[in-house]
Write a protein that binds this ligand. Sequence first.
Ligand SMILES: [Fe+2]
Ligand SMILES: [Fe+2]
Length: 274
Amino acid sequence: MTAPPQFEVRNVHFAFGESIPRHWHGGRASTTAFLDNLSVFFPEGEAFFVRSVRAFRHLAAQDPELSRAVRDFCGQEGVHSREHRAYNSMVGAKGYPVAELERKVGRLLGLVRRRTYRRFQLAVTAALEHFTALMAHAILSDERVFADADPVMRDLWLWHAAEENEHKAVAYDLYLLAGGNYPERVAVMVGVTFVFWLKVLEHQVRFMRVDGNAASAAAWGELLHYLYVAPGPLRRIVPHYLAWFVPGFHPWDLDNRDLLETWKEHFRSSPTHA
Ligand SMILES: [Fe+2]
Ligand SMILES: [Fe+2]
């Protein structure tokens, strides 16, 4: 297993505002809607992650490295939530049903919290963190993904991707310490995959209805071409997704620390945030 990198909490603020075009992702409504649709999950989702991880932080007490990682995981997710709330408000102000969809995500996660045991919730967190880490890898490893995007939005997604990559093993390591096991994490991943992508589809349809292209084959074709063909981020992460199902899997089996170093260089000199 690769040693995870040290990471820090970057308390950054992005300059969301009027200057960001409605279809900020290369002028394409369908792919902008897809990214905005994913952003809807983050405020409630990351609050759930933090709660799930905090419930087991005592298990890291004997390990100063892991204790620090748990603390900074919570710090990073807290800043992500705050910036995605600002992002989502901007999208909501343009007429998309963001507030309603956020409430629905919150209700679903509330149900998981009330109806399942704590280690199950940590397994859900580790599974969803696997998704965020994979998407992060796809974003950081191919500059075509945000090549024609508004610079503020590009840098927000790159920053979030980089930090998801930095802390990708924290929930998983804690889950193993909590007695997590192979059958449970596989079953949870199957369920999480199904529910998450169904919710993504629901959000996408709702966003595209506002854009008036929910019934447009051209719009769906453009989105699927972007996601699966060129640049094809979702196609490229399939093998990495499947690695979860290998016994003995660990998030740092995918060693992409070099991508973090490249991103840090870019981020330091970019004027899109304070
Ligand atoms: Fe995050
Ligand atoms: Fe995360």
